[in-house]
Design a protein around this ligand. Sequence first.
Ligand SMILES: Cc1cc2nc3c(=O)[nH]c(=O)nc-3n(C[C@H](O)[C@H](O)[C@H](O)COP(=O)(O)OP(=O)(O)OC[C@H]3O[C@@H](n4cnc5c(N)ncnc54)[C@H](O)[C@@H]3O)c2cc1C
Length: 267
Amino acid sequence: MVGRRVVILGSGDIGLIMARRMTLEGAKVLACVELMPYSGGLTRNIVQCLQDYDIPLYLSHTITAIKGKSRVEQVTVSKVDENRVPIPGTEIVFDCDTVLLSVGLIPENELTREAGIGMDMRTNGASVYENMETNVPGIFACGNVMHVHDLVDFVSAESERAGAAAADYILKGKVPTTQVIDVQAKGAVTYTVPQHIRVQNVEKSVELFFRVNRVFGNANIVVTSKGEKIAAFKREHVAPGEMERIILPLPLLQKADAEITVTVEEA
Ligand SMILES: Cc1cc2nc3c(=O)[nH]c(=O)nc-3n(C[C@H](O)[C@H](O)[C@H](O)COP(=O)(O)OP(=O)(O)OC[C@H]3O[C@@H](n4cnc5c(N)ncnc54)[C@H](O)[C@@H]3O)c2cc1C
């Protein structure tokens, strides 16, 4: 064990899971500290990794000082304002011997870049078509190298799609690009995957994945084309930590313009 009294910075799934793991290994996790006003992790992980072990979650807080000589001895945690700036006078001091940083995961894409594949600056991964093919014909991307997933089940589904499409590429050759729809993320929607849809390559429907940058209660996910709403999907809860999925049927795509937009509205 690296230490016995731990403060965790970051409440994404990894920070949450580490809080439980350190506890099960015999450490005392004093706090999980999160800069944003919401956790970046799955609700079930907040419950099963923090609440079940009485580990406090400090939202809108950050670590503002770490003290110690040969190792960590103390950290100071402060509340932040809406601009994420620490508020003087809100300091809480924890005597601890370990600070665990869990502050982000970005796809590692050296191979993607070296292959000259078009990247999406928002996901830090390859930009793909409906079948996981990149803009370099015959090269496919799926999983966390493309966008960070919360659940491995979605990674498995994506990889099956990419594998089947790679086999199709070998057997049938290139997919025609006569009717391509560019998918635009708008408002609170930070990105979509796929980013482009070749309509003639869609059998029945396309699964579209995306994330949002804030928490919504009752929400409508709205898809527009030529400024007109072409589809809407209701959700009871939408949050940055939870990847969203909508299914766009082929007839709807056939009616759409060369560009569709996905946005989320408060219901
Ligand atoms: C701490 C943690 C807990 C999680 N808990 C859950 C959970 O409870 N339930 C759930 O559904 N999901 C969970 N996830 C998410 C899930 O693990 C990921 O979504 C999934 O593993 C992503 O799969 P992947 O194959 O895309 O990437 P990875 O699992 O990261 O696999 C990529 C592999 O590629 C290898 N690699 C990288 N570069 C190269 C290269 N140049 N050449 C050869 N090999 C290379 C890597 O070494 C690695 O083995 C968790 C993730 C983390 C980090």
